[in-house]
Design a protein around this ligand. Structure first.
Ligand code: BEZ
Ligand code: FE
Length: 289
């Protein structure tokens, strides 16, 4: 039954009762929760009209900043921990499986296919890295024909798409397909920490919260194979700055790995990298679809 008149006490009921004819049960469930929590938040802090107007201006400006290349709303979701929460709820994994984390805005579909051991560091800048490992199933058997879509920022903290004309196209990205041994390997540069875009509304919010905009050094991976759930994840550099305070809450302990430094000219030569260099080793474990 409709609640005709609005009152502070039953404000949410007045709104919820108007959804009685809504036939989309899932939509109704979601809007029911959103409306109840929104009203509860307004009541809890006794929001002033000035504050609500400021919030509306913030959201308006956030929308105005969005276009095909920039998505300030996703950044807002990321920095409020909502992206990670949605990701985690939707990717509950059994023990050994590789954990997921945020995709982020810098993934480029259809990056070039590379051959195993290729160097994806097209401008040769930064400190050399040799990374390798295997794609495995839950029983530890190698997964043949798995695709690893890899991308990361350069040593100055920028992705190729942020620096067109400065970095070569598809710098520090590429796709690799495993053979029967499930093995992958590539040469690149050691990544560094970098700030998420902070020149918009999200940057202003972080500043006001006295939060920094940095993400700890990481390499992105989407690992997929026919018959398996694909996983969108990163590996993080152990010991790196901001691991405990990632601006988008993407760090999970199982994704932090060692990047040991080596000064070994003979091994560098054998691996096809400059000396000194870093290595990283990590196996990805996929679950059946
Ligand atoms: C990234 O790691 O590329 C990223 C993730 C979330 C927000 C901004 C950047
Ligand atoms: Fe990133």
């Amino acid at each position: 039954m409709d609640i005709a008149f609005f009152s502070e006490d039953r404000s949410e009921d007045a709104v919820l009762s108007r959804m009685a004819n809504c036939g989309d049960e899932r939509f109704k469930t979601i809007m029911n929760a959103v409306i109840r929590h929104l009203h509860a938040a307004v009541k809890e802090v006794e929001l002033t009209q000035e504050e609500w107007f400021e919030a509306i201006q913030f959201l308006t400006r956030t929308g105005q900043l969005c276009d095909e290349r920039r998505q300030e709303f996703i950044l807002l979701s990321d920095t409020l921990g909502v992206s990670m929460l949605v990701d985690t709820i939707n990717h509950r994994k059994p023990g050994s499986a590789t954990e997921s984390t945020v995709l982020g805005p810098f993934h480029v579909a259809d990056a070039p296919m590379r051959n195993m051991d290729d160097n994806i560091n097209l401008d040769g800048k930064g400190e050399p890295l040799f990374m390798s490992g295997r794609v495995l199933d839950a029983s530890g058997a190698p997964v043949e024909g798995a695709m690893l879509d890899i991308w990361h920022s350069n040593a100055e903290g920028f992705y190729d798409v942020q620096q067109p004309g400065v970095q070569p196209d598809f710098n520090l990205r590429g796709r690799f397909k495993t053979g029967a041994d499930g093995r992958y390997a590539f040469r690149s540069a050691k990544p560094e920490y970098y700030p998420i875009p902070y020149d918009g509304t999200v940057g202003r919010m972080l500043e006001k919260m006295k939060r920094h905009p940095y993400r700890p050094a990481h390499i992105h991976f989407i690992v997929s194979a026919p018959g398996y759930e694909s996983v969108t994840t990163h590996v993080f550099v152990r010991g790196g700055k901001y691991l405990e305070s990632d601006a988008v809450f993407g760090v999970k302990e199982s994704l932090i790995i060692d990047f040991p430094r080596h000064d070994d000219p003979a091994r560098a030569k054998a691996l096809g990298v400059g000396n000194p260099f870093f290595t990283a080793e990590h196996d990805f474990v996929l679950t059946k679809a």
